[in-house]
Design a protein around this ligand. Structure first.
Ligand code: VAH
Length: 324
């Protein structure tokens, strides 16, 4: 049986860094080749510099390490993408073609993260169906909707085993997000732990689908481990975790930190959030590969705050020791 060797692009990112650690814990450090455009400390295991726009470099790494699977996490997210639309489109699409073509040549298995950003203002907002209107109004969303369809094309035309999920906003203590519209839901916990007020760039009643990192990572491993014949969706599976508003998450935080305060200063990201669904129907993923998220808002908040408090203590201890 061929040894599983996974190459991860964007391994230094919010999801990529946690996925790298989890896959290494699962399959062994040397089974996961972490790559990113800049050097990143990701613990034991091979790391290689890779600009995902450099197809030749990707082919070289796939050959050198005899890669059997590619997890393509590198992308420009929604808010940052709107600052440079053409650059975001080129990076998100050209990198995907590099991955799909490298995988097609060697019959590799591929994971492609799509997003609820693939939906737009015309999509039914509540309990958004698996099959529905995808007319996104952000470059990031357009690239994800296009990416899903290219994944299905490579599956239908070349038999490429490429699998995908539409991630909601991902929340975790292990890494910081960057350039997203849902990033407020991570930053808010950091501010609470530091005893600082939080200025939210979305309105209090902006309901968005979110997912705890532990559920997201477990879902990816489950999807990739499912036998191909069980998968009825080759664009991208809807995933749902928990939907909430900034008012609701701050009320949950105040159960632990009664003095925590939130202020609202909506910016350009409000229009992005308003174009997205409020809740997602993920029945197809539950049916096909037994998707079952475990974290609701209360459990997520308890877990986030306890881990962040622990990390803060360790940081304080490190600073104390450094002064000795
Ligand atoms: C973003 N975190 O905010 C990403 C995500 C659903 C949102 O795709 O752009």
């Amino acid at each position: 049986m061929t040894k599983k060797t996974i190459l991860i692009t964007g391994a230094g990112g919010q999801i990529g860094s946690v996925l790298t650690k989890t896959l290494r814990d699962t399959y062994g450090p040397n089974s996961v080749i972490a790559t990113d455009i800049r050097s990143t400390e990701l613990g034991d295991g091979p790391f290689e510099l890779l600009d995902v726009l450099n197809g030749n470099r990707l082919h070289e790494l796939v050959n050198r390490y005899r890669v059997t699977e590619i997890y393509h996490l590198a992308a420009i997210l929604s808010a940052r993408g709107e600052q440079n639309p053409k650059i975001a489109w080129d990076i998100n699409m050209d990198s995907l073609f590099n991955v799909l073509d490298a995988a097609k040549e060697r019959k590799l298995k591929v994971f492609f993260p799509s997003s609820i950003a693939a939906f737009g203002p015309n999509t039914p907002k509540v309990n958004t169906p698996q099959e529905t209107i995808t007319q996104p109004t952000t470059v990031y969303g357009i690239s994800k909707a296009a990416g899903e369809n290219w994944c299905q094309y490579y599956f239908l035309k070349y038999g490429l085993d490429v699998r995908s999920v539409r991630f909601p906003g991902i929340i975790g203590y292990q890494s910081l997000p960057g350039g997203g519209t849902t990033d407020y839901a991570v930053d808010i916990y950091h501010k609470a732990i530091l005893g600082e007020d939080f200025s939210c760039f979305l309105q209090a009643d902006t309901r968005l689908p979110m997912l705890y990192m532990d559920d997201a990572i477990q879902g990816v491993l489950q999807l990739m481990d499912t036998t191909s014949d069980k998968l009825s969706v080759r664009t991208s599976y809807n995933l749902a975790g928990v939907s909430f508003t900034p008012a609701e998450i701050s009320a949950e935080i105040q159960k632990h930190h009664p003095d925590f305060k939130i202020h609202y200063a909506p910016d350009f990201r409000q229009a992005i959030a308003d174009s997205w669904p409020q809740s997602i129907d993920d029945q197809q993923a539950r049916h096909d590969w037994n998707w079952q998220p475990q974290f609701d808002l209360a459990r997520m908040t308890t877990d986030m705050l306890s881990h962040l408090a622990e990390m803060l203590q360790i940081e304080k201890l490190k600073n104390l020791v450094a002064q000795i």
